[in-house]
Write a protein that binds this ligand. Structure first.
Ligand code: KG4
Ligand code: ZN
Length: 378
């Protein structure tokens, strides 16, 4: 049997160099991420110049590794997809230029993909042979991770969210609710007035001295903590306030620690050391508040838009507490979809996958393509 032709995806918008091959059915053949987390951990966040320098070193070798491991030749590709924006300009530039050079060298179409539209496409992907796909919560029932289905394209399509749907994008750089009318076609419903939710996780982790990136660490500690011991007030909860705000919540966490343990000196040391129990309870209290706000606003937006499906995507969609709470609290009649765990944080499968979907409608990009740091979601 001949393999369906594949698209090579390249993603370099922030601190992950990522490369993937996805076929026409949204089946991910290979998904490689070269993370820069260790490099940035010492600074407690992403340093743009350091990130773009690492992309220069990592991008082309990762492309070759991906092709070799999957046993695919450049000549056999159907096209090359790159993240055009939004993101850090020096980082985006590396992926876009690499994609352009390969497209020119092998005479392949080049596809330009919006990073957030890519995240919104992640629940449509099947992460690999024998691996469970997305998490679907239906009628308030926390469903199992759906099994990967081998079979004709139509069978895979049956397991997809319908259009229009509401998308909640929660990542390190973005927090917004959008109405998705068709693949890559969105209308804004709400966004954050200050910090993105992933950014709030990273800042809270820094205040607590937990390391970077903070999201997965806070998530793990929250699961062991008591969320009722250190409750925080949920920001912007009024029904007429569609937007999010997380900087006040982050400051409330900082104030609480100061109240309990005194201010930190320049080395981050406090007069009373924070106990592990307090750290866990603060993480639990913070996370419970974040989840409450995210789900309340998303469920309300889905109801007001009259849609059947809600997609929760981006790095924070990997949060186990959020996935569990969505399962417990989703209103009847609303289907809630999360990408597979491996496809929540930045990856190139979502870029290649969306390029496949959009290619017949939008065609390919010119080789003069430029990255755009502030590219708007269309
Ligand atoms: O989508 P992503 O990889 O990059 C951006 O486009 O920003 O998201 C990264 C963000 C980071 O802020 C990280 O702390 C957060 O996602 N994150 C999480 C979890 N895993 C990653 N936040 C909460 N819980 C998690 N399990
Ligand atoms: Zn992202």
């Amino acid at each position: 049997m001949t393999q369906p032709r594949t698209i090579l995806g390249i993603e370099t918008s922030c601190d992950e160099t990522a490369c993937s091959l996805v076929d026409a059915r949204g089946y991910v053949r290979i998904n490689k991420v070269s993370s820069q987390v260790d490099l940035h951990a010492q600074y407690g966040g992403v340093v743009p110049e350091v990130a773009s320098r690492r992309h220069i070193e990592a991008c082309l070798p990762l492309v070759h590794e991906t092709m070799e491991e999957a046993g695919v030749r450049f000549e056999d590709l159907a096209g090359i997809a790159v993240t055009q924006g939004p993101g850090l300009i020096g980082c985006l530039l590396m992926g876009v230029e690499t994609g352009k050079a390969l497209a020119w060298r092998y005479g392949k179409p080049l596809y330009a993909v919006h990073h957030l539209a890519g995240h919104l496409h992640a629940p449509y992907l099947h992460p690999g042979e024998g691996v469970g796909a997305h998490l679907l919560i239906e009628n308030g029932e926390p469903g199992p991770v759906l099994p990967f289905r081998h079979g004709p394209e139509t069978e895979a399509r049956l397991l997809e969210p319908s259009f229009p749907h509401v998308g909640l994008i929660v990542s390190g750089g973005h927090t917004s609710l959008v109405l998705v009318r068709a693949p890559g076609r969105t209308e804004p419903l709400a966004s954050t007035r200050d910090d993105a939710v992933g950014e709030a996780y990273d800042k809270v982790a820094r205040i607590l001295g937990l390391g970077y990136p903070g999201g997965p660490i806070v998530d793990r500690l929250a699961a062991e903590g008591d969320e009722t011991r250190m409750p925080f007030t949920a920001p912007m909860r009024r029904k007429d306030e569609a937007d999010f705000s997380f900087s006040g919540l982050k400051s409330a966490v900082a104030r609480k620690i100061e109240e309990l343990c005194g201010p930190a000196d320049e080395k981050g040391i406090r007069s009373i050391p924070i106990s592990e129990e307090t750290i866990r309870d603060i993480c639990a209290g913070f996370q419970a508040t974040v989840i409450q706000v995210l789900l309340e606003k998303s469920f309300r937006a889905a109801k007001q838009s009259g849609v059947r499906d809600l997609l929760i995507v981006g790095g924070v969609a990997a949060n186990r507490g959020l996935r569990r709470a969505a399962g417990r609290n989703a209103p009847k009649g609303l289907r809630v979809w999360f990408p597979h765990m491996s496809l929540c944080t930045d990856n190139a499968a979502m870029i290649a996958g969306l390029a496949w979907r959009l290619a017949p409608v939008e065609g390919s990009a010119a080789l003069e393509l430029n990255p755009e740091a502030g590219l708007a979601l269309g």
